[in-house]
Unconditional design. Sequence first.
Length: 392
Amino acid sequence: MQARLLLEDGTLLTGQAFGSEGDSVGEVVFNTGITGYQEVLSDPSYCGQIVTMTYPLIGNYGITRDDFESVRPFIHGFVVREHETVPSNWRAEYSLDSLLKEYGIIGISGIDTRMLTRRIRHHGVMKGILTTSAKRVEELMEQLKGTPLMTDQVPRVSTKSVYSSPGTKERIVLVDFGSKSGILRDLTKRGCDVVVVPHSATAEQIRRLAPDGILLSNGPGDPKDVPHAAKMIAELLGEFPIFGICLGHQLFALASGADTEKLKFGHRGGNHPVKDLRTGRCYITSQNHGYTVKEDSIAGTELEVTHINNNDRTIEGLRHKKYPAFSVQYHPEAAPGPFDSSYLFDDFLEMIRKHKADRPQPPRQAQFAAQAAADRSGAASSAKGELHYAEK
Protein backbone atom coordinates (compact mmCIF):
# COMPACT_ATOMS: atom_id res chain seq x y z
CA MET A 1 0.00 0.00 0.00
CA GLN A 2 1.18 3.52 -0.78
CA ALA A 3 1.63 6.20 1.87
CA ARG A 4 2.33 9.91 1.45
CA LEU A 5 3.79 12.60 3.70
CA LEU A 6 2.82 16.19 2.82
CA LEU A 7 4.53 19.10 4.57
CA GLU A 8 2.98 22.52 5.03
CA ASP A 9 5.57 24.01 2.63
CA GLY A 10 4.20 21.79 -0.15
CA THR A 11 6.89 19.09 -0.05
CA LEU A 12 5.33 15.72 -0.96
CA LEU A 13 7.05 12.41 -0.22
CA THR A 14 5.65 9.10 -1.45
CA GLY A 15 6.59 5.70 -0.07
CA GLN A 16 5.27 2.38 1.22
CA ALA A 17 2.82 2.18 4.11
CA PHE A 18 3.21 0.00 7.18
CA GLY A 19 1.40 -0.04 10.47
CA SER A 20 -2.08 1.45 10.52
CA GLU A 21 -4.13 3.18 7.80
CA GLY A 22 -5.81 6.58 7.60
CA ASP A 23 -4.71 10.21 8.04
CA SER A 24 -2.60 11.75 10.79
CA VAL A 25 -1.52 15.37 11.31
CA GLY A 26 1.42 16.32 13.49
CA GLU A 27 4.64 18.27 13.84
CA VAL A 28 7.32 16.60 11.70
CA VAL A 29 10.60 16.18 13.63
CA PHE A 30 13.71 14.01 13.34
CA ASN A 31 15.68 11.82 15.76
CA THR A 32 19.37 11.07 15.19
CA GLY A 33 19.55 7.88 17.27
CA ILE A 34 21.19 4.82 15.72
CA THR A 35 19.41 2.42 18.06
CA GLY A 36 16.49 2.74 20.47
CA TYR A 37 13.60 3.18 18.04
CA GLN A 38 11.29 1.34 20.46
CA GLU A 39 12.12 3.71 23.31
CA VAL A 40 11.60 6.63 20.92
CA LEU A 41 8.19 5.29 19.93
CA SER A 42 7.15 4.89 23.58
CA ASP A 43 8.50 8.24 24.83
CA PRO A 44 5.44 10.37 25.78
CA SER A 45 7.39 13.52 24.86
CA TYR A 46 6.67 12.70 21.19
CA CYS A 47 2.93 13.05 21.65
CA GLY A 48 1.49 14.93 18.65
CA GLN A 49 4.59 14.51 16.49
CA ILE A 50 5.46 12.61 13.31
CA VAL A 51 8.93 11.23 14.01
CA THR A 52 11.56 10.76 11.29
CA MET A 53 14.46 8.42 12.09
CA THR A 54 17.72 9.49 10.44
CA TYR A 55 19.30 6.04 10.82
CA PRO A 56 18.32 4.19 7.61
CA LEU A 57 17.35 0.71 8.91
CA ILE A 58 14.52 0.53 11.45
CA GLY A 59 12.67 -2.53 12.77
CA ASN A 60 15.57 -4.96 12.51
CA TYR A 61 15.51 -6.08 16.15
CA GLY A 62 11.74 -6.04 16.64
CA ILE A 63 9.74 -5.01 19.70
CA THR A 64 10.15 -6.16 23.31
CA ARG A 65 7.64 -5.17 26.00
CA ASP A 66 10.39 -4.84 28.62
CA ASP A 67 11.90 -1.94 26.68
CA PHE A 68 8.83 0.31 26.69
CA GLU A 69 9.25 3.76 28.26
CA SER A 70 5.49 4.21 28.80
CA VAL A 71 2.38 2.06 28.67
CA ARG A 72 1.83 2.87 24.98
CA PRO A 73 3.17 5.01 22.10
CA PHE A 74 1.75 8.50 21.67
CA ILE A 75 3.42 9.56 18.40
CA HIS A 76 1.28 10.58 15.41
CA GLY A 77 3.37 8.92 12.71
CA PHE A 78 6.67 7.15 12.01
CA VAL A 79 8.94 7.88 9.03
CA VAL A 80 11.86 5.61 8.05
CA ARG A 81 14.14 4.96 5.09
CA GLU A 82 13.99 1.17 5.25
CA HIS A 83 11.48 -0.83 7.28
CA GLU A 84 12.64 -4.33 8.18
CA THR A 85 9.62 -6.64 8.27
CA VAL A 86 11.39 -9.70 9.73
CA PRO A 87 13.22 -8.84 12.97
CA SER A 88 16.29 -10.83 14.05
CA ASN A 89 16.62 -10.75 17.83
CA TRP A 90 16.06 -13.47 20.42
CA ARG A 91 14.26 -10.95 22.66
CA ALA A 92 11.80 -9.80 19.99
CA GLU A 93 8.17 -10.57 20.81
CA TYR A 94 6.64 -9.05 17.69
CA SER A 95 7.42 -6.68 14.82
CA LEU A 96 7.41 -2.91 14.49
CA ASP A 97 4.55 -3.21 12.00
CA SER A 98 2.46 -5.11 14.58
CA LEU A 99 3.11 -2.46 17.24
CA LEU A 100 1.99 0.40 14.98
CA LYS A 101 -1.11 -1.52 13.92
CA GLU A 102 -2.00 -2.22 17.57
CA TYR A 103 -1.99 1.48 18.45
CA GLY A 104 -3.33 2.96 15.21
CA ILE A 105 -0.09 4.64 14.13
CA ILE A 106 0.74 5.16 10.45
CA GLY A 107 4.24 4.39 9.20
CA ILE A 108 5.91 5.27 5.90
CA SER A 109 9.12 3.81 4.46
CA GLY A 110 11.09 4.05 1.24
CA ILE A 111 11.53 7.83 1.27
CA ASP A 112 14.69 9.94 1.36
CA THR A 113 14.94 10.66 5.08
CA ARG A 114 18.25 12.50 4.58
CA MET A 115 16.54 15.03 2.32
CA LEU A 116 13.64 15.37 4.75
CA THR A 117 16.01 15.94 7.68
CA ARG A 118 18.01 18.55 5.78
CA ARG A 119 14.77 20.34 4.90
CA ILE A 120 13.68 20.44 8.55
CA ARG A 121 17.13 21.64 9.63
CA HIS A 122 17.04 24.41 7.03
CA HIS A 123 13.41 25.55 7.39
CA GLY A 124 12.64 24.36 10.93
CA VAL A 125 10.07 21.85 12.14
CA MET A 126 6.77 22.13 10.36
CA LYS A 127 3.31 20.65 10.32
CA GLY A 128 2.68 17.62 8.12
CA ILE A 129 0.03 15.09 7.24
CA LEU A 130 0.78 11.39 6.85
CA THR A 131 -1.85 9.46 4.89
CA THR A 132 -2.63 6.15 3.21
CA SER A 133 -5.72 7.60 1.51
CA ALA A 134 -6.13 8.42 -2.19
CA LYS A 135 -7.12 12.05 -1.53
CA ARG A 136 -5.87 14.68 -3.94
CA VAL A 137 -2.91 16.78 -2.80
CA GLU A 138 -5.15 19.86 -2.72
CA GLU A 139 -7.55 18.11 -0.34
CA LEU A 140 -4.68 17.00 1.90
CA MET A 141 -3.25 20.51 2.04
CA GLU A 142 -6.64 21.93 2.96
CA GLN A 143 -6.98 19.31 5.70
CA LEU A 144 -3.45 20.05 6.92
CA LYS A 145 -4.03 23.81 7.10
CA GLY A 146 -7.35 23.32 8.87
CA THR A 147 -5.95 21.06 11.59
CA PRO A 148 -4.16 22.92 14.41
CA LEU A 149 -1.25 21.36 16.24
CA MET A 150 -2.08 19.96 19.67
CA THR A 151 -1.68 22.06 22.81
CA ASP A 152 -3.04 19.53 25.33
CA GLN A 153 -0.34 16.88 25.09
CA VAL A 154 0.53 16.86 28.80
CA PRO A 155 -3.04 16.03 29.97
CA ARG A 156 -3.12 13.27 27.34
CA VAL A 157 0.04 11.51 28.53
CA SER A 158 0.07 12.20 32.28
CA THR A 159 -1.20 9.63 34.75
CA LYS A 160 -4.82 10.16 35.73
CA SER A 161 -4.42 8.76 39.24
CA VAL A 162 -1.71 8.63 41.87
CA TYR A 163 0.28 5.43 42.24
CA SER A 164 3.28 4.48 44.31
CA SER A 165 6.43 2.39 44.08
CA PRO A 166 7.27 1.75 47.73
CA GLY A 167 10.82 1.99 49.01
CA THR A 168 12.67 2.29 52.30
CA LYS A 169 14.57 5.54 51.76
CA GLU A 170 13.69 9.09 50.69
CA ARG A 171 10.11 9.76 49.68
CA ILE A 172 10.07 11.37 46.23
CA VAL A 173 6.96 12.86 44.64
CA LEU A 174 7.36 12.41 40.89
CA VAL A 175 5.14 14.88 39.03
CA ASP A 176 4.19 13.15 35.79
CA PHE A 177 4.08 15.49 32.80
CA GLY A 178 4.72 12.51 30.51
CA SER A 179 7.34 10.69 32.54
CA LYS A 180 9.50 7.96 31.05
CA SER A 181 9.77 4.67 32.92
CA GLY A 182 13.53 5.19 33.18
CA ILE A 183 13.06 7.96 35.75
CA LEU A 184 11.06 5.68 38.03
CA ARG A 185 13.63 2.89 37.52
CA ASP A 186 16.51 5.15 38.55
CA LEU A 187 14.69 6.27 41.70
CA THR A 188 13.51 2.83 42.80
CA LYS A 189 16.90 1.17 42.30
CA ARG A 190 18.23 3.74 44.77
CA GLY A 191 15.63 2.61 47.32
CA CYS A 192 13.40 5.68 47.06
CA ASP A 193 9.76 5.60 48.14
CA VAL A 194 8.20 7.09 45.00
CA VAL A 195 4.71 8.55 44.69
CA VAL A 196 3.71 9.49 41.13
CA VAL A 197 1.13 12.27 40.81
CA PRO A 198 -0.71 13.81 37.82
CA HIS A 199 0.41 17.02 36.13
CA SER A 200 -2.57 18.79 37.73
CA ALA A 201 -1.48 18.12 41.33
CA THR A 202 -1.54 21.31 43.40
CA ALA A 203 1.09 22.47 45.85
CA GLU A 204 -1.20 21.66 48.77
CA GLN A 205 -1.90 18.15 47.49
CA ILE A 206 1.83 17.50 47.15
CA ARG A 207 2.47 18.86 50.66
CA ARG A 208 -0.05 16.34 52.01
CA LEU A 209 2.16 13.55 50.67
CA ALA A 210 5.00 14.78 52.92
CA PRO A 211 7.77 14.34 50.35
CA ASP A 212 11.48 14.60 51.05
CA GLY A 213 11.96 15.86 47.49
CA ILE A 214 10.06 16.57 44.28
CA LEU A 215 11.07 15.44 40.79
CA LEU A 216 9.55 17.22 37.77
CA SER A 217 9.44 14.83 34.83
CA ASN A 218 9.91 15.20 31.12
CA GLY A 219 6.90 15.68 28.87
CA PRO A 220 5.67 16.91 25.48
CA GLY A 221 4.88 20.31 24.01
CA ASP A 222 5.24 23.93 25.06
CA PRO A 223 5.83 24.49 28.79
CA LYS A 224 3.59 27.55 28.61
CA ASP A 225 0.65 25.26 27.80
CA VAL A 226 0.69 24.04 31.43
CA PRO A 227 0.79 27.30 33.45
CA HIS A 228 -0.74 25.58 36.48
CA ALA A 229 2.44 23.49 36.79
CA ALA A 230 4.73 26.52 36.91
CA LYS A 231 2.45 28.02 39.58
CA MET A 232 2.65 24.84 41.66
CA ILE A 233 6.45 24.75 41.39
CA ALA A 234 6.77 28.42 42.40
CA GLU A 235 4.73 27.73 45.55
CA LEU A 236 6.96 24.81 46.57
CA LEU A 237 10.35 26.37 45.78
CA GLY A 238 12.40 26.53 48.94
CA GLU A 239 10.03 24.27 50.83
CA PHE A 240 11.28 21.00 49.29
CA PRO A 241 14.34 20.09 47.20
CA ILE A 242 13.37 20.02 43.50
CA PHE A 243 14.94 18.33 40.47
CA GLY A 244 13.59 19.04 36.96
CA ILE A 245 14.18 16.98 33.80
CA CYS A 246 13.48 18.23 30.24
CA LEU A 247 9.97 19.78 30.38
CA GLY A 248 10.42 19.83 34.16
CA HIS A 249 13.56 21.93 33.58
CA GLN A 250 11.63 24.44 31.47
CA LEU A 251 8.80 24.63 34.01
CA PHE A 252 11.33 25.17 36.82
CA ALA A 253 12.77 28.08 34.80
CA LEU A 254 9.32 29.62 34.25
CA ALA A 255 8.49 29.23 37.94
CA SER A 256 11.72 31.06 38.80
CA GLY A 257 10.97 34.05 36.56
CA ALA A 258 12.85 33.04 33.39
CA ASP A 259 11.34 32.55 29.92
CA THR A 260 11.31 29.85 27.23
CA GLU A 261 11.25 29.84 23.42
CA LYS A 262 10.91 27.34 20.60
CA LEU A 263 14.01 25.98 18.88
CA LYS A 264 14.27 25.85 15.11
CA PHE A 265 14.35 22.05 14.96
CA GLY A 266 14.97 20.92 18.54
CA HIS A 267 17.34 18.34 20.02
CA ARG A 268 16.33 14.71 19.55
CA GLY A 269 18.81 11.87 19.80
CA GLY A 270 21.36 10.17 22.02
CA ASN A 271 24.55 11.98 21.02
CA HIS A 272 24.23 15.61 22.19
CA PRO A 273 27.38 17.02 23.88
CA VAL A 274 26.75 19.03 27.05
CA LYS A 275 29.41 20.92 29.02
CA ASP A 276 29.31 21.21 32.81
CA LEU A 277 30.42 24.79 33.44
CA ARG A 278 31.53 24.01 36.98
CA THR A 279 34.01 21.27 36.02
CA GLY A 280 34.60 21.84 32.30
CA ARG A 281 33.73 18.20 31.64
CA CYS A 282 31.68 17.27 28.56
CA TYR A 283 28.94 14.63 28.75
CA ILE A 284 27.22 12.89 25.84
CA THR A 285 23.50 13.07 26.54
CA SER A 286 20.11 11.80 25.40
CA GLN A 287 17.67 14.57 24.49
CA ASN A 288 14.16 15.08 23.18
CA HIS A 289 12.77 18.62 23.27
CA GLY A 290 11.66 21.43 20.99
CA TYR A 291 11.82 24.31 23.50
CA THR A 292 14.65 25.89 25.47
CA VAL A 293 15.19 28.41 28.26
CA LYS A 294 16.05 31.86 26.86
CA GLU A 295 19.54 32.84 27.91
CA ASP A 296 18.80 36.56 28.30
CA SER A 297 15.84 35.80 30.58
CA ILE A 298 18.11 34.42 33.32
CA ALA A 299 19.33 37.91 34.27
CA GLY A 300 17.32 39.26 37.16
CA THR A 301 16.34 35.80 38.44
CA GLU A 302 17.85 33.69 41.24
CA LEU A 303 19.01 31.13 38.65
CA GLU A 304 22.50 30.33 37.46
CA VAL A 305 23.42 28.36 34.33
CA THR A 306 25.30 25.15 35.12
CA HIS A 307 25.37 23.36 31.73
CA ILE A 308 25.38 24.43 28.07
CA ASN A 309 25.00 22.58 24.78
CA ASN A 310 28.33 22.37 22.96
CA ASN A 311 26.64 22.46 19.55
CA ASP A 312 24.45 25.56 19.76
CA ARG A 313 25.31 26.98 23.23
CA THR A 314 21.72 26.70 24.48
CA ILE A 315 21.08 26.28 28.21
CA GLU A 316 21.20 22.65 29.38
CA GLY A 317 21.23 23.04 33.16
CA LEU A 318 20.12 25.46 35.88
CA ARG A 319 20.54 25.78 39.63
CA HIS A 320 18.71 28.05 42.06
CA LYS A 321 21.09 30.32 43.97
CA LYS A 322 18.93 30.48 47.08
CA TYR A 323 16.90 27.26 47.25
CA PRO A 324 17.79 23.55 46.92
CA ALA A 325 16.63 23.15 43.33
CA PHE A 326 18.27 22.34 40.01
CA SER A 327 17.34 21.05 36.57
CA VAL A 328 18.73 19.71 33.29
CA GLN A 329 17.35 19.89 29.77
CA TYR A 330 18.59 16.40 28.86
CA HIS A 331 17.68 12.91 30.10
CA PRO A 332 19.98 11.47 32.82
CA GLU A 333 17.90 8.27 32.71
CA ALA A 334 18.65 8.05 28.94
CA ALA A 335 16.82 5.03 27.38
CA PRO A 336 17.86 5.20 24.64
CA GLY A 337 21.24 6.78 25.05
CA PRO A 338 24.33 6.96 27.25
CA PHE A 339 24.13 6.81 31.04
CA ASP A 340 26.91 9.37 31.57
CA SER A 341 24.60 11.64 33.58
CA SER A 342 22.83 9.16 35.88
CA TYR A 343 24.91 10.61 38.73
CA LEU A 344 22.43 13.50 38.79
CA PHE A 345 19.94 11.28 40.65
CA ASP A 346 22.60 10.76 43.33
CA ASP A 347 23.21 14.52 43.43
CA PHE A 348 19.48 15.03 43.97
CA LEU A 349 19.37 12.57 46.87
CA GLU A 350 22.46 14.17 48.40
CA MET A 351 20.75 17.56 48.11
CA ILE A 352 17.74 16.13 49.97
CA ARG A 353 19.92 14.77 52.77
CA LYS A 354 21.75 18.06 53.14
CA HIS A 355 18.47 19.98 53.16
CA LYS A 356 17.11 17.74 55.92
CA ALA A 357 20.32 18.09 57.94
CA ASP A 358 20.38 21.88 57.59
CA ARG A 359 16.66 22.27 58.31
CA PRO A 360 15.44 19.47 60.59
CA GLN A 361 11.83 18.79 59.77
CA PRO A 362 9.15 18.50 62.47
CA PRO A 363 7.51 15.09 62.87
CA ARG A 364 4.98 14.40 60.17
CA GLN A 365 1.48 15.24 61.18
CA ALA A 366 -0.82 12.32 61.88
CA GLN A 367 -2.92 13.06 58.80
CA PHE A 368 0.19 12.87 56.59
CA ALA A 369 1.19 9.55 58.11
CA ALA A 370 -2.32 8.20 57.59
CA GLN A 371 -2.31 9.42 54.00
CA ALA A 372 1.08 7.78 53.39
CA ALA A 373 -0.29 4.46 54.65
CA ALA A 374 -3.23 4.83 52.29
CA ASP A 375 -0.83 5.49 49.42
CA ARG A 376 1.04 2.27 49.94
CA SER A 377 -2.09 0.18 50.27
CA GLY A 378 -3.61 1.67 47.13
CA ALA A 379 -6.67 2.89 48.99
CA ALA A 380 -8.80 5.56 47.35
CA SER A 381 -9.22 8.95 48.97
CA SER A 382 -12.65 10.50 48.67
CA ALA A 383 -12.11 13.72 50.59
CA LYS A 384 -12.52 16.89 48.57
CA GLY A 385 -9.23 18.33 47.36
CA GLU A 386 -7.26 15.11 47.86
CA LEU A 387 -5.62 13.07 45.14
CA HIS A 388 -7.15 9.75 44.13
CA TYR A 389 -5.05 6.62 44.25
CA ALA A 390 -4.87 3.60 42.03
CA GLU A 391 -2.74 0.50 41.90
CA LYS A 392 0.38 0.89 39.78
